[in-house]
Design a protein around this ligand. Structure first.
Ligand SMILES: [Zn+2]
Length: 325
């Protein structure tokens, strides 16, 4: 068995210098908010939920430097986990994913708020950003991935999120999934996790591999589509150069049926260097091992989503298995 991710390509995307954009204008570090006089949606775009996922930070910097302002409603731009981003090291990029705990597993009911005696860095930051997330009607959360693969959007399980995302035309793969056993994501928090609240729309976009320059191109393309669709800006308000010429025609939609969680014991392994979007033709195919158990595809035409051993501690998600919708 060969261990994947041992022959990573060169990490080309540099960490952006946030400079004076780091401060924000809201009293919350890293959070910028602009309000229009006309009514409209409250729109939020987030980056650096994981400190080593730089593409979204580049996109927010572009928006700030371009002086983008909403015509209707409000636009908030937030650099989320700055403490983790500050640790970014191009020679050890996984180290800056978080400081104490994954920021994107701390949302939802937040049982840790009742039990924690002393809050860690990410818990403190979640409490700072919670009002920002809770006032938003629409959320675009920009991420990148541990491994190379096509950009994909994570829509959660409610159909209205996927329907909106599909109408934006990108990214090329939309994945409906319930999230992670290890904890709730920001994109599933509060209204974004309520089936009946169809006014609340959230999309998490994995813009490609962390180190690829193309991840920044995808992030800007998504930012353009999202801001236009939200109605907070008109098409002509947005820089045309943000739109990527090689955007897909119509997104392919996948439904995650199984999320394989890393078990304690023997370190998990994949039998090949699998990629997101890869289809395993035959049900019953053993694709790896997790603890003492074989990881087996449960049906024909099973699609692999984000296979990763980069943070393979017990409880983390190793791979999601999906059907084409
Ligand atoms: Zn991420």
């Amino acid at each position: 068995m060969n261990a994947p991710h041992t022959h990573s390509p060169r990490f080309e995307l540099q960490a952006p210098a946030l400079n004076h954009w780091r401060a924000g204008n809201t009293g919350i570090e890293g959070v910028w908010r602009f309000e229009a006089s006309e009514p409209g949606r409250d729109v939020l775009v987030t980056a650096l939920v994981h400190g080593n996922e730089l593409c979204g930070a580049w996109a927010l910097l572009e928006a700030l430097e371009a002086g983008i302002r909403p015509r209707r409603g409000a636009l908030t731009l937030a650099f989320c986990n700055l403490a983790a981003f500050d640790r970014f090291d191009p020679l050890d990029t996984d180290r800056s994913r978080f400081v104490d705990q994954d920021f994107n597993r701390l949302w939802g009911a937040m049982p840790w708020r009742r039990h924690a005696t002393e809050l860690n860095r990410e818990q403190q930051r979640v409490l700072e950003l919670q009002p920002v997330v809770e006032r938003a009607d629409w959320l675009l959360d920009l991420h990148s991935m541990h491994a190379q693969g096509p950009p994909l959007g994570l829509t959660g399980l409610m159909a209205h999120h996927a329907a909106h995302a599909a109408s934006w035309g990108a990214p090329g793969i939309l994945v409906a999934d319930a999230g992670h056993a290890a904890g709730t994501r920001m994109r599933d928090h509060g209204r974004f996790g309520h089936a009946r609240d169809e006014q609340a729309v959230a999309l998490l976009v994995e813009c490609g591999w962390h180190g690829d320059l193309s991840s920044r191109t995808v992030a800007l393309d998504m930012l353009h589509r999202f801001l236009h669709a939200s109605g907070c800006l008109d098409h002509t308000d947005l820089p045309a150069r943000w739109r990527s010429p090689d955007a897909p025609s119509a997104p392919q939609q996948l439904l995650v049926t199984h999320a394989i969680t890393v078990q304690p014991g023997q370190a998990p392994q994949f039998h090949q260097d699998y990629r997101t979007g890869q289809v395993i033709e035959h049900g019953g195919t053993v694709i790896g091992h997790d603890g003492a158990q074989a990881v087996v595809t449960p049906y024909d035409g099973c699609v692999l989503v984000m296979p990763s051993l980069a943070h393979a501690t017990p409880g983390a998600t190793m791979v999601r298995l999906a059907r084409r919708v």
